[in-house]
Design a binder for this molecule. Structure first.
Ligand code: ZN
Length: 445
């Protein structure tokens, strides 16, 4: 898939394009001419990245790294924060980069994606370690000539900070090719329930998750501390998990990670956030604080707007999952550029450009057409049209996270609502450090 507009328009394709337009959101109840059986798109197909071909084979061996681990790894610039747990499909078209990764595959399979700062142009000093788990067959075997290009899939595993962060600003494009740097793995702090050390242990037998009685017992626990209950509720994992679960249920995403650290990363990956808010969440070491901020972000009503001219492109309620990985996923194009795509059932203020094509389609069975912002003609994503009449959905849009930005909707819109998440995080961290935590051995919940 390419960003460039293809020049060879086909009559047939155009016809189908406008037909899809008429059908709007994709519901064609009565005008079905063929009896083709309806079939819902299998969202695990998108997560398998089948467009990369079936030449990829499993790479065996895993590295176990702990917080504080330091090491030298090859790193390359990325256009935003990638959270641990995300799949990173990559196609390296540069011979040298391909050689670096094929050596890494022989060694520890690790490389890093550097995250830019808030402006998107400078090195932030943060990044994510990725571990290759599938690569072109034959890579890393023998000492002969390296491959010309290399396709592989990796999984983001650990957040890191560069050990030597230069005092002066370094442009991110200084890392547009693989370079080896020393990195340190950041800790993932999972603080326990702050009320647990203060609880009345004799009442433990009566405690059940999310019952009115449990809530009463919690307020009794809080009564023996100097802080009111709501202060503790901010870091009540079960409450936050329920809010997140309810929110993603509306997008038909049901399989949330159980554990707090993974859930905080998964949520960050799947929320429609600005690059700045993503970086702020990325830099947080404690999972409960990250979850707390995510719950705050969920409460904000926002629309997705063109990054260039701020015209509205999609509404949050139209975000839905076309991949089992979630509503946001990374895909690579034929040029080796990785796009972070959010899927929406409908979009407004867009204009199609060029003919539909099924080549290298990230969603098997769908042809893509470039979608531009109708106001400023900036590229915002692609429209995907089903190639069979029975396939559901018939049509949807994949918008690039970089080309659309969330903007607060409604009365609070503007400077006030766009309060920076980093400022809120600082305030929350101050409140949190005032609480006394005791380490816990047992895993929650
Ligand atoms: Zn625009």
């Amino acid at each position: 898939m390419e960003d460039n507009v293809s020049s060879d328009q086909e009559e047939g394709s155009n016809e189908r394009g406008s037909g899809s337009e008429r059908r709007g959101g994709g519901s064609s109840e009565n005008d079905e001419e063929s009896d083709e059986e309806e079939q819902q798109f299998d969202i695990s197909l998108a997560a398998s990245h089948s467009y990369m071909g079936n030449g990829l084979v499993q790479v065996s061996g895993r590295s176990v790294l702990e917080a504080g681990w330091t090491g030298r790894v090859p790193v390359i610039a990325h256009h935003g924060a990638v959270f641990p747990g995300e799949t990173v499909p990559m196609l390296l078209t540069n011979e040298r980069d391909a050689a670096v990764i094929s050596r890494a595959i022989q060694h520890d399979k690790l490389f890093g994606l550097l995250c830019p700062d808030e402006s998107g142009t400078l090195v932030s000093g943060y990044g994510v370690l990725c571990e290759v788990f599938e690569a072109d067959a034959g890579v890393g075997e023998g000492e002969g000539e390296g491959p010309r290009s290399l396709s592989f899939k990796a999984r983001a595993t650990h957040r890191f900070r560069c050990v030597h962060v230069p005092k002066q600003s370094v442009p991110i494009h200084a890392f547009s090719r693989m370079r080896t740097v020393e990195v340190r793995v950041l800790p993932e702090v999972r603080l326990g329930d702050p009320l647990r050390p203060a609880r009345l242990a004799s009442l433990d037998a009566l405690r059940r998750a999310r019952t009115p009685l449990d809530a009463r017992l919690r307020s009794m626990d809080a009564a023996v501390t100097p802080w009111p209950l709501f202060v503790y509720d901010i870091f009540d994992y079960r409450r936050m998990r329920q809010i997140i679960k309810d929110y993603f249920r509306t997008m038909s995403l049901e399989n949330l990670p159980e554990e707090a650290v993974s859930l905080s990363f998964w949520t960050a990956s799947n929320l429609a956030l600005s690059a700045r808010d993503r970086l702020a969440l990325f830099a947080v070491d404690d999972a409960l604080l990250r979850l707390h901020m995510e719950v705050r972000l969920i409460a904000r009503k926002s629309v997705l707007c063109c990054s260039s001219c701020a015209v509205e492109i999609a509404r949050r309620e139209h975000i839905f999952a076309m991949s089992s990985e979630g509503v946001h996923s990374n895909y690579t194009n034929l040029g080796g550029y990785m796009h972070d795509i959010v899927t929406v059932s409908r979009a407004s203020n867009t204009e199609l450009s060029g003919a539909p094509s099924a080549e290298f389609s990230w969603f098997p069975g769908y042809a893509w057409t470039i979608a531009l912002c109708a106001a400023c003609l900036a590229h915002v994503g692609w429209r995907f049209d089903a190639q069979r009449r029975g396939l559901r959905p018939q049509q949807f849009y994949g918008l690039c996270r970089n080309y659309v930005q969330p903007r607060c909707d409604g009365a609070g819109a503007g400077a006030g609502a766009a309060r920076s998440l980093s400022a809120e995080l600082r305030a929350a961290r101050r409140a949190m450090s005032a609480l006394v935590y005791a380490p816990r051995d047992d895993a929650d919940p």
